[in-house]
Ligand binder design. Structure first.
Ligand code: URA
Length: 408
């Protein structure tokens, strides 16, 4: 009985592979209802899962759709995934860097839900950019230019799509076993040889403690071992937003600045170097120190930027079409002092209020709006200095500056 499975998990007992398979596939078939799945997800969220249960769930997820193989593309394919953060546009920067160094990159990205924008939404702020490449298009493009950044096909882990949408509205997104199986199933099904995971921790992330991040890291590495995939993890801070821009077009413009070497002095640049170098180290089987040199060199010589332009053009995008709203409001410092913190979560909420993200899957995004930080953590400011510019198109409630910037 369905309810027996829910009760078993409610009591913190271990579910068998058969029970997990029956319940989750029953949901996909429509036999198990949203409210029953929601109850099980909440029981998992509260009581957790054993490693064996997580392995079973990951297998059920993978088996729900196509398993892609890109064996006829030469080279080791390294994929990267982030658990999601405010202002996270790293894929736009590292995919071209890594591809410019001869490592094939096939990146299938998702749309944003919650406060964090998705890579695919950001790319769609470039007019014409196609995010619906099929397997054949992907292989053709990777063989030609070495890089693809596209949306996940409908057949890539359909179970994750269905469950993620339910998790998003039932307060069950931040469950470690559910995050591990969601991410790892997609990475394994999308044909990556090696996998790099950026686990974000902080008030603007799904996980808020280092302990949880370490546990997620351990689980993902264990799942990787089962499928013979090398998995590396990086745990990075998400108490402050990444870089200076939040919002779709603004984030693409910021990514271009990094690729052109115009912005090198912030947490986004540092994280991109770390992620790209790990991918290059895994892809080429070289020491991290040597990979860092290659990555910095690719940026400095403009090779990564050239690869980005090639990528955008191959997927039909018109880079000159990027547009930011000309309606701007300023957030000004209420006193003089030093910026102690910038609240990523509050900025995420503001970007949602502006229309840069969506509160349900059907909602349309406004690509032109967002926030540009003019001052960063540790900078000294004077009362009245502009701390951030807010680009808007519709009416919104301007937040209290002190709810975002802590000045001491
Ligand atoms: N990203 C995913 O793809 N899945 C999760 O569960 C969390 C973040």
């Amino acid at each position: 009985m369905i309810v027996d499975i829910i009760n078993k998990k409610r009591l913190g007992k271990e579910l068998s592979y058969r029970e997990i398979d029956k319940f989750f596939n029953g949901y996909l078939d429509g036999e198990i209802k949203d409210y029953q799945m929601s109850a099980l997800l909440m029981a998992i969220c509260i009581n957790g899962m054993s490693d064996e249960e997580v392995f079973a769930l990951t297998k059920v997820f993978i088996d729900s759709g196509d398993i892609l193989e890109f064996d006829d593309i030469p080279g080791i394919k390294v994929d990267k995934h982030s658990t999601g953060g405010i202002g996270d546009k790293t894929t736009l920067i590292i995919a071209p860097i890594v591809a410019s160094l001869g490592i094939p990159v096939i990146k299938m990205s998702g749309r944003g839900l919650g406060y964090t924008g998705g890579t695919i939404d950001k790319l769609e702020s470039i007019k014409g950019y196609r995010i619906d490449l099929d397997d054949e298009d992907i292989v053709k493009q990777v063989k030609k230019i070495g890089v693809v950044v596209t949306g996940q096909t409908a057949d890539l882990v359909p179970m994750d799509k269905a469950i993620y949408a339910l998790r998003d509205v039932t307060g069950t997104v931040s469950s470690i076993p559910l995050i591990a199986s969601s991410i790892m199933s997609k990475k394994i099904a999308s044909g990556a040889d090696k996998i790099l995971i950026d686990i974000k921790v902080g008030n603007g992330a799904l996980l808020t403690t280092k302990k949880d991040a370490n546990e997620l890291s351990r689980l993902m590495i264990e799942i990787g071992k089962i499928y013979k995939r090398e998995v590396r993890t990086i745990i990075s801070d998400m108490n402050v937003p990444l870089g200076t821009s939040i919002g779709n077009s603004l984030e693409v413009l910021e990514a271009i600045d990094i690729l052109k070497g115009r912005e090198t002095d912030n947490n986004l640049y540092d994280l991109c170097i770390e992620l790209a170098s790990n991918m290059v180290s895994m892809g080429k089987g070289i020491e991290l120190g040597d990979a860092i040199k290659e990555v910095v060199d690719s940026l400095n010589r403009g090779h990564a930027y050239e690869k980005f332009l090639e990528l955008v053009s191959a997927q039909g995008g018109k880079i000159d079409s990027l547009k930011v709203s000309d309606k701007v409001k300023e957030l000004k410092a209420s006193k003089s002092g030093k910026i102690k913190s910038i609240n990523a979560l509050e900025l995420g909420k503001l970007s949602m209020a502006l229309g840069a993200g969506r509160t349900n899957k059907e909602e349309k995004i406004d690509y032109e709006v967002g926030i540009k930080l003019e001052k960063l953590v540790n900078e000294s400011v004077k009362k009245g200095d502009v701390l951030a510019r807010v680009y808007y198109n519709k009416k919104f409630d301007m937040p209290e500056v002190n709810s975002i910037f802590e000045i001491v």
